[in-house]
Design a protein around this ligand. Sequence first.
Ligand SMILES: [Zn+2]
Length: 219
Amino acid sequence: MIENLFKIFGTKTKALEILYLLEDVKPVVRQGFYHNEIRKITDFCKEKGLYIEFSPYKIVLMDHGAYSNKGIKVDADDPREGMVFAYISKGKEKAKKANFHEANNNHINLGKALGYPECCCRFFKKHEPERSRLDSDYTVCTAENSGGSEFPFYTNILKRSMDITLLNHFPCSFNCENSIKLAKNHLDIIKKHDPEMADYFSERLKGKFNIEERLFEFI
Ligand SMILES: [Zn+2]
């Protein structure tokens, strides 16, 4: 199942989000796709009876990388190559609402529509004006908000560029209870479909990491 989703969606992170949706843990999945990828995504959704909605604009990435966070919004007919956002859900209304909230820059309602904890949505909104001008990476803000030196590996988002993460949002803190709960649900789903991958993730997310010269140990 995960292998098959991986072939269609291109990364483990993207494939797993779809699995969380199919397993009713995630209400809406929002992912960016290039024009040439859209056909196989829409075919997959049709086959699974999932509803898919596209943003009326596209995002042109400022640096080139599959996990780049930074991009600018342009009209859908802009000649530059860009990604459109797809909102995929089991219900039409949920996907439509997520698309609407994002088009209106309503970060809190968008985050909630995607199933992220409210505390983390508020955290994102608070830091968005500053971080969106920089690199759109909120890890430093999460680190600043995290007291202590040992943290549960569930909230470790520092390996997401290596396609290893149990969260698809920036947690408000590495101690965020709601994020830990969500990550545990995600890990249970991975375990159900691929116990080896679950072990691999759990091991890789543990260890010591440096953020701005401060040591964070995930256990
Ligand atoms: Zn939180």
